[in-house]
Each structure stands twice: as C-alpha cells, then as structure tokens.
Design a protein around this ligand. Structure first.
Ligand SMILES: [Zn+2]
Length: 282
C-alpha cells in the first residue's frame, strides 16, 4: 500500500516540494523527481523481510523468514480503458501529478496520438476506484489504466485510436493478457462510471484482439435463459441490475437506447457473448 506515505516518504516529498519552489523550465521536473523518490521508498519497503507472523506456538516453532531465490515482479493481467472527461490534456496531466487528487493512470493518450507513460506497468495506479469484475474487487492491483483524452461527448480521433492500438499490441504481447481482459471503466463500475462512453469503438478493438464481440449471426436465447446470468458470466457486477444492463448496452449496443430495457436483439447479443465467454471459461 502506498496510499499513506511513511514518515521517510513524507520527508522526501517535502524536500522535493521545497526544491521545486525554484521555478523549473521543465513543467513536470518536480513530479518526475517525486516519482523517483517514491519508487525508492517502495524498493526499500519490499527489500525488507516482512514482520514475523504472530502465532501461539512455542519459540522453536515460531514463524521464520526464509527468502526464496525464485521470484519476479507481478504482471498486469487486465487493461481498463477510460476517458478523461476533462477539457484538455494539460488538465489531466496536472490532475495526475498533484498528490491531493489521489488519482492516476499508467498511460494517457492525447488527441494528437501522443502517449504519456506515467507509471511503471509493475506498479499500482489509482484509476479503477470502487469497482468489480467477475470476482475481482481490487482492479487496481491487477490492471493497467489507460486514459484517452476525451471530454466524454466528442468522437475519438483516428490518430489517438491508432496510438491506443499500438500500445495495446505491446502490452498484450509483454504480459500475455487474454483478449477478454480488455475492458472499460464503465464495465467495472456500473452506475458510477460511463467511460470510455458510447463513442468508443469496442468492436474495432475486439477485431484486433482486445475485448470480445458478438457474432454476425445471432440466435434467440432459450426461454430458460436468465439475462442476469448472462451479465454475471461476462463479468458485470449485477448487484444493481438496471445499472448492469445499461453498462452492457453502452459497451455492446452503443447505437440503441441507453436504457435498462431488454429488446429481443439485445438479448440475442447478450446470449451470444454469454456462450462465448462460458465456452472460454470451461
Ligand atoms: Zn475512468
């Protein structure tokens, strides 16, 4: 956990803040410096043996630290795509480089296609918030967060989407992330978040191997099919059914009414995805 910095970390942050009072020509020199210092604090933290476990056994059987020699860093296994819902890229970079906001992402992609890498892929960004996907309740710990510079109502630019696809190619290859683990913030936080919104081309992404999509030929689901089971299998949190249905429609049926009503077509789409996901899970 790095949310509450240790006293040592605070001292480093304070030093950095003081040194930044001299105006810098490089706009993010201060946050880059704080980043390096935070990384050092984390490195020091994980290089210490953990505190011994408390147990009730006699001293000779008390828990003991024995460091293994076989390990590596944990890898992200999900990608969560967002839109910034802000009016400028500068505003977003500022939001992610001041500590009081307590939010961040691994990558931000500008409308001109420029990619800003803001955090090592091996570290935990604070982008998902209160969210759930399948049985995962701490998406921040298992995912990379990518923010698209977009105010939520405008179309995405082609050059921005090309940069996203390039980035996703690299990420998928590096960390061997399954296709269906590329999802949106609105998928994991129904009722709370809507990004990346109805303008985001999920179908195009799925065609490139990022996310799942439904087949052209659909079948009518059997009468016993419960749409809530379908949403649950795909990954949606169905604790608030209306919100889950809206989240599903926003992602897979952006061109239809964004309400919580099921149409025959929407049910056929859901059933198709349910079968695909169920088959992949077996
Ligand atoms: Zn978001």
């Amino acid at each position: 956990m790095i949310k509450t910095p240790s006293p040592a970390a605070y001292a480093l942050l304070l030093l950095a803040a003081l040194s930044s009072s001299c105006a810098s020509k490089k706009p993010y020199a201060t946050s880059n410096k704080i980043y390096q210092q935070q990384v050092k604090v984390i490195a020091a933290e994980i290089s210490k043996p953990p505190l011994p476990l408390t147990d009730t056994l006699p001293a000779e059987k008390a828990s003991e630290w024995v460091g293994t020699v076989n390990f590596g860093m944990r890898r992200p296994n999900y990608v969560v795509i967002h839109h910034t819902a802000q009016d400028s890229l500068g505003q977003t970079l500022k939001t992610f480089t001041i500590s009081r906001t307590q939010v961040s992402a691994h990558y931000v992609i500008g409308k001109d296609g420029k990619v800003y890498h803001m955090l090592s892929d091996y570290l935990r960004a604070w982008h998902a918030g209160n969210s759930k996907w399948g049985s995962i309740t701490d998406l921040n710990s298992v995912s990379l967060g990518i923010e698209m510079d977009n105010n939520g109502t405008e179309p995405y630019t082609e050059v921005q989407l090309n940069s996203l696809l390039n980035l996703l190619d690299t990420i998928k290859l590096n960390y061997k992330i399954p296709a269906d683990n590329f999802i949106g913030h609105g998928d994991i936080a129904p009722g709370r978040k809507v990004d990346p919104g109805v303008n985001f081309p999920w179908k195009k992404l799925a065609e490139k191997g990022f996310g799942i999509w439904y087949s052209d030929s659909l079948q009518t689901p059997p009468p016993a099919f419960d749409p809530m089971d379908g949403l649950l299998i795909i990954g949606y949190d169905i604790s608030r059914p209306q919100d889950a249905i809206k989240a599903f429609k926003r992602h897979y049926l952006p061109d239809v009414a964004q309400d919580a009503e099921w149409t025959d077509y929407a049910l056929s789409v859901l059933y198709n995805l349910y079968i695909k996901k169920k088959t992949a899970l077996l």
